[in-house]
Design a protein around this ligand. Sequence first.
Ligand code: HEM
Length: 459
Amino acid sequence: MKSAAVGQEYVLRKDNRNLNHIPGAYGLPYLGFMIPLLKDPYAVLKAHYDRYGAVSRSRLTGQNMVWALGPEYNRELVMDPQQLYSARMGYDAPLGDFFSGGLLVRDFAEHKFHRRIMQSAFKTSSMQHYIHSVNTLASRTTREWPSLDGFHFYPQIKSLLLEIGARVFVGVGLESDIEHLNKAFLDMMAGTLAIIRKDWPGLGLTYRRGMEGRRALERYFEGLVPAKRNDDGMDMMSHFSRERSEDGELYPDKVVADHLIFLLLAAHDTTTSALTMGSYYLARHPEWQDRLRAEVLSLGDTLNYEDMGQNAPLLEQTFHEILRMHPPVPQMMRRTIRETELGGYRVPADSMVAISPIFCHRMPEYWKEPHSFDPDRFGPERQEHKQHPYLWVPFGGGAHKCIGLHFADMLFKCVLAEMLRNFRFSLPAGYADPPAIMHFPFAKLMDDLPLRLERLSHG
Ligand code: HEM
């Protein structure tokens, strides 16, 4: 049962599904364009854009929606100066049950109030602390990877990032709990994709297992909060637990747990996707791998937080290029609160609207050979992304702009640096080009990326 504060009646209303007056197509009954979108989202969006224009109607798994494509619409929705667009209702269907209370499913003043709880965990001083744990775990784990043909990269990086997440987000000393936490989290992620969405016991339903995972995480995190309030821990959860509202009040245990659960979601699959796609392109382009390795080795034994910017320009350009080609959040959702207008079309209240980084990031009007991996496009001579402030938007913008973007940047660079130090990595002979990629909910190689790892002596 949804709850609504004063002024939030819009959360109780149903989606407006009638968008017939807007050009476009709904595709298949119920599924809409979901199946082709999983395989090649850019092609689907481009076909719609060419046929119907920048604003069109569409449907994805039961949700009728407006696609608003191009950097100007990105700006309009994320900046939202008139408070027309609700992020909470945009994400309610996929995330509402499992991630209720998370930052992205809150709007306006309430969102601002809650974002404050998280802010101190993302300050530079906190980042300088986390980088130590990230480097230690990344170095230890990658050193243990074998020299091997057919090293399935995706499950390995997923497990490393879960371990880093448990340490940095929840704190050290939880080794025995990591497995239990991971299972609850993975069950929850599977639950978000379940087709039968019923929390019924005894039937082995994926959704039910996911909800059990959510309840287990809630219990576990809520149980930890009192101790976290009294220690001087530097993990994210300790920061949230000690934070106070403007009136000097500590936040309830449940609120801390809700934010932490959402954080695991927001941080984990996004960075796993970026590192997997990054490793694929570097295996495909050994010349880039060599350039990056030389840069990493020139920076000493380990990356410092100060190396995140100008000291390592090639790592930076590569991270930007991976996020351009495969933005881990390929579309951002909002729902209109009041009737508005987009591209000259009336958009009724309670209509779902999607903007699409994956489309903007490949618009040939802006990007040279948009489907090619070319980190130099972000280099000082070209700076293709600067043609419009909302053209390259992997982290969104405005009030909901990714709070973890510096953490994601650090994690990507530190883990990749350890891989480059320890191994030369390549693709199996005859590997498909392009390979089969599953694009939703987060881009990943369908075969888990079987890399060939060759150990290097300076590792
Ligand atoms: C490459 C990795 C990542 C990408 C591409 C990414 C992308 C995004 C995007 C696009 C949004 C905004 C969604 C919208 O406005 O509809 C967002 C929000 C968010 N992200 Fe990230 N993210 C990444 C990693 C992380 C990490 C590592 C964390 C935490 C440590 C994190 C925490 C969050 C949170 C809490 C929000 C909600 C912010 C709010 O509503 O105010 N993200 N992220």
